[in-house]
Design a protein around this ligand. Structure first.
Ligand code: 5AD
Ligand code: SF4
Length: 504
């Protein structure tokens, strides 16, 4: 079943949609200076243009100013959403709002949503149901951001009386004005207009003080047949290289040790000013002093160039770690998914990665139960796991998403079959990971310590270059430091060790 609500896509002029071919929907797709605000009257008239007046909705809040108002942001979804929430936090803080730790304490509650799969969308609506009480008690205002906001717009406000405003990804800067104008309005505010230009957000309130996200591009032009992202996030747009470098330098100056470059399809990056490509960006970021590890996510196998692989191998700071979603190991299914590569081509890229960087750690995304997936197709996917020996996988049961080209296929794989295939796949991966992790016992590895474990006082949590989580014991607080850890034990999903020495 496609989702309960009738969604509205990001693109309105979808004539150039590569797969649905012309199904017209709608036009397409952790302080104060630098936050681009709309000026008073202009802002209000723009909001009123987009405000739906007909819902007979009572707004509980009367927030005149954000000064000292407590905000709470709940994030669903990927690292890009996490980074977007850090931007929202930065914008709110630049207007005087302060963070709080629980929904219950918030005057401003923002839910940053994910629409990639059916489950997170369902979770959002059940959460909104629960938030009604808090809203009444605190006179809180509730905003919905992210992909669901962009796709479901006024349906969210119509269906759920708890939500006061809906904000699209290109409108984050407008959040303070939206909140301030709520008291004048008797209905929800919807700000989901899109902007083809890159909008800089200069205030980011970061969750992590050691590893920093830097968004380099947004959107996706690939239109894989199962995927809602191009409709929710819009077409690809690229951040100017000079702004990326500036943000990365700022992080280095603040003592960040690692930078994670983010985008739905990072390999197709090119600088809008100079047309420099992704490997050039990697080289320039590598030259920033202070940062020691650089990673990037997400890569599309068809766009991962030999030049990028060679750059990864050549540049010391670029981690030998890559998330390369395969989705399926069967040519028949890959074709139906519109992925633009064959199993053989994918495996050839893996081969090149492994010969260029024998220590590379690979992870992937897999969908089981895509329409038409036979047992043979499924076992071709299991076989890919065995061939590649991924360090980690993210696996999902296929669910139909609105607007996607795969809706033309019958969702013909019974739920029980999808469930069984997912368990079989995860079991196969579990064995691979256990074997891999056991091989590390007795070995020493460089780990970036992210902080103390909540459960155990002398225990710390870090990540190695392969992006695996390492729990290790240490007498001294090693937070934010590179250390050498000796691995003493493991499970399929964890590595346990003991501090050995400081890393050079
Ligand atoms: N059903 C199941 N999984 C999906 N993904 C994207 N769309 C769907 C869908 N309709 C998975 C893909 C993608 C990851 C972010 O989510 O594996 O890489
Ligand atoms: Fe979705 Fe990724 Fe395909 Fe883009 S490349 S359509 S984000 S699965």
């Amino acid at each position: 079943m496609v989702n309960v609500l009738e969604a509205q896509p990001y693109f309105m002029n979808d004539q150039d949609h590569p797969r649905t071919g012309g199904v017209t929907q709608e036009p397409r797709k952790t302080k104060k200076n630098g936050v681009k605000n709309l000026k008073g009257a202009q802002a209000i008239s723009e909001f009123h243009l987009q405000t739906k007046k007909s819902y007979n909705k009572t707004i509980m809040n009367h927030i005149q100013t954000l000064q000292n108002k407590k905000y709470f942001i709940k994030t669903f979804g990927c690292q890009m959403n996490e980074n977007e929430s850090e931007q929202i936090a930065g914008i709110l803080e630049s207007h005087g709002a302060v963070p709080c730790d629980r929904f219950e304490d918030g005057n401003i509650i923002i839910i940053n949503t994910c629409a990639v799969r059916e489950k997170p969308v369902e979770k959002l609506f059940s959460l909104l149901g629960r938030l009604k009480n808090i809203k009444q008690k605190n006179h809180a205002c509730i905003g919905i951001a992210g992909c669901v906001a962009q796709l479901y717009k006024d349906k969210i406000i119509q269906k759920n009386k708890a939500a006061d405003f809906v904000i699209g990804p290109d409108n984050l800067n407008k959040i303070p004005d939206v909140i301030n104008s709520l008291s004048e309005s008797d209905s929800g505010i919807i700000q989901t207009s899109r902007n083809r230009d890159w909008i800089e957000i200069n205030h980011i309130s970061r969750q992590n003080q050691i590893s920093g996200y830097v968004t380099i591009m947004k959107g996706c032009d690939n239109f894989c047949t199962y995927c809602i992202v191009p409709f929710a996030k819009g077409r690809e747009k690229y951040r100017p290289l000079k702004n990326i470098k500036e943000e990365a330098k700022g992080l280095a100056e603040k003592g960040y040790k690692e930078i994670q470059l983010l985008g739905q399809n990072v390999n197709s990056y090119h600088d809008p000013d100079s047309a420099k490509d992704f490997p050039s960006l990697l080289k320039e970021i590598s030259q920033i002093r202070g940062v020691e590890w650089i990673r990037f996510i997400t890569s599309h196998p068809k766009d991962l160039s030999e030049k990028t692989i060679h750059t990864m191998a050549e540049m010391d700071k670029i981690c030998h770690q890559l998330h390369l979603p395969v989705q399926s190991g069967s040519d028949h299914i890959l074709k139906r998914m519109g992925r633009g590569y064959t199993r053989k081509e994918y495996l050839e890229k893996i081969e090149l990665l492994k010969t260029s960087m024998p220590d590379i750690s690979l992870s992937t995304d897999i969908i089981v139960g895509f329409p038409g997936e036979t047992e043979k197709d499924f076992y071709d996917t299991v076989d890919i796991l065995k061939k590649v020996e991924y360090t980690n996988i993210f696996s999902f049961r296929y669910s139909q998403r609105p607007f996607t080209a795969a809706l033309k296929y019958k969702d013909n794989i019974p739920f029980e079959t999808k469930k069984r295939r997912l368990i079989t796949l995860q079991e196969a991966q579990r064995n691979i990971q256990l074997k891999l992790n056991k091989s590390f016992i007795g070995k020493k590895m460089k780990v970036l310590c992210m902080g103390r474990s909540k459960k155990n006082h002398n225990s710390y949590i870090g990540r190695n270059e392969a992006y695996q989580v390492i729990n290790f014991k240490s007498d001294k607080d090693m937070t934010g430091r590179f250390v050498i850890v000796e691995i003493t034990a493991c499970g399929p999903y964890s590595l346990i060790g003991i501090f050995h020495s400081m890393a050079k």
